[in-house]
Design a protein around this ligand. Structure first.
Ligand SMILES: Cc1cc2nc3c(=O)[nH]c(=O)nc-3n(C[C@H](O)[C@H](O)[C@H](O)COP(=O)(O)OP(=O)(O)OC[C@H]3O[C@@H](n4cnc5c(N)ncnc54)[C@H](O)[C@@H]3O)c2cc1C
Length: 402
């Protein structure tokens, strides 16, 4: 077992070890050296996107029938982890190019929709998933964006916020409340839109974020946005159960988000491990102080546990014929990993003393970056509800009187 990377006992195949080493090399030589600048300039790192695409690290999960390499989720997770060790932003881009909205389109889309989305991610587009609204965060089903049937297609009106990649993504998967010709509500559906092509799709204010500053979090506005029937993503059970089906696709994104947190923590741990051997106080390396040894031991335990949960959740895709990872495993992985990673990065920063608090040190950036993962993509509180509902085999309504 290595002291930081995935242990060989994980049973990675030779091909997976090869993917992991190739990703590690790209991360260390190309992505890492640019990470501070991406954070400082708050610019979307197009050169990193190009590097990922050239290395074959976008569209990894696209099947061979659609021109992709047909890699597993775990293969993609290995790449995301390596990117996030050195740059959380690039880790997130790798998630969305492999296991975000793309998973929903590959699972539910028509042949034409699958081809369209596959083409985008294989070229490095990071599709945006547009669910959250100012009045509908954790209570996502209370969204007010509406899609009214007009002829064969729909007209969408509404506004989403905190949409990752808004303004840089080309492909958008937008969730909306669906109404038929007579104004009767049918459920929640997914609609595809393409930046610069779909009239009525525009972008508003960008959030000034604490971390992960190289990816815009933006308002996405739909104003009389007309989509033809070919852009309606209809889950197998139709609009009535469409929301549950579409949210299932989020299990993929949750595994990806957990992996970015894991990568950030693993990267921070590696920096701390090196530093404690080099830094001397009281005439000896600080690694010789038991106070820090136990911190390192705790960090390694949390990392290995987080890695086990995350890889297991990634491997659950396909079990029982599901195109997505298991909901409870994905939630467990994201809860544990996001919370443990905050602790690990914080402890790594502590070991650096004042140097950890300097903006010259990557840990300052990693500390801000890792804080997000208990919030975005389902908060740690909401995900506990997902896990509890599985354990208790109960639907756990959160609304009063329901
Ligand atoms: C960096 C970032 C990127 C994001 N990217 C996207 C994106 O690309 N697309 C998208 O659609 N959304 C995105 N989001 C939005 C994200 O999914 C929401 O922020 C999240 O679902 C929580 O919603 P909220 O912020 O409105 O918090 P609220 O729902 O208002 O929650 C506030 C607090 O109350 C708690 N809470 C709420 N309900 C319950 C309950 N029933 N039980 C216990 N506690 C509860 C929450 O856990 C939280 O602590 C992103 C968010 C961030 C920070």
């Amino acid at each position: 077992m290595t002291n930081s990377g995935a242990p060989r006992s994980w049973g990675l195949t030779e091909d997976q070890v090869r993917i992991q080493s190739k990703a590690r090399e790209l991360a260390n030589e190309v992505i890492g050296p640019r990470a501070a600048e991406v954070d400082r300039t708050e610019q979307y790192p197009w050169p990193n996107v190009e590097a990922l695409t050239e290395a074959g690290f976008t569209g990894m999960t696209v099947p061979k029938s659609l021109g992709g390499p047909g890699h597993s989720f775990l293969d993609a997770v290995l790449v995301v982890e390596e990117m996030a060790k050195v740059c959380g932003v690039t880790g997130r881009i790798a998630v969305e190019c492999n296991m975000g909205a793309i998973s929903a389109v590959l699972a539910y889309g028509t042949a034409a929709q699958q081809k369209l989305a596959a083409g985008f991610v294989l070229e490095g587009d990071k599709p945006a998933i547009c669910i959250t609204e100012p009045g509908a965060g954790s209570a996502a089903s209370e969204m007010t964006t509406r899609a009214d049937r007009k002829g064969q297609g729909y007209v969408l009106n509404g506004m989403k916020h905190w949409i990752t990649g808004g303004g840089v993504s080309r492909l958008h998967l937008i969730f909306a409340r669906v109404f038929d010709q007579d104004g009767t509500e049918e459920g929640i559906g997914g609609f595809l839109a393409v930046r610069d092509e779909t009239p009525g799709l525009s972008f508003g204010r960008r959030e000034p974020t604490m971390g992960l500053r190289g990816i815009p979090e933006v308002e996405v506005i739909m104003q009389d946005m007309a989509v033809g029937p070919h852009m309606v993503l209809l889950p197998p059970s139709g609009f009535k159960r469409g929301f549950a089906d579409l949210m299932n696709a989020y299990n993929s994104q949750r595994v990806g988000a957990g992996t970015v947190a894991l990568g950030l923590a693993a990267g921070a741990y590696e920096l701390a491990l090196k530093f404690v051997k080099e830094r001397h106080q009281f005439g000896r390396p600080i690694a010789e102080f038991q106070g820090l040894q136990w911190m390192l031991a705790d960090m390694s335990v949390q990392l290995e546990a987080a890695r086990s949960l995350t890889y297991r959740a990634a491997q659950s895709r396909g079990e029982g014929g599901s195109p997505f990872p298991d909901a409870a495993l994905a939630a467990q992985a994201k809860i544990f990993t996001s919370e443990a990673s905050i602790r690990v990065v914080s402890d790594a920063l502590q070991m650096f003393g004042a140097a950890g608090y300097s903006r010259r040190n990557p840990l300052e950036r990693m500390y801000r970056d890792v804080r997000m993962f208990t919030i975005g993509g389902g908060t740690a509180q909401i995900l506990r509800t997902v896990v509890a509902s599985r354990i208790l085999e109960m639907k756990l309504p959160q609304r009063r009187n329901s």
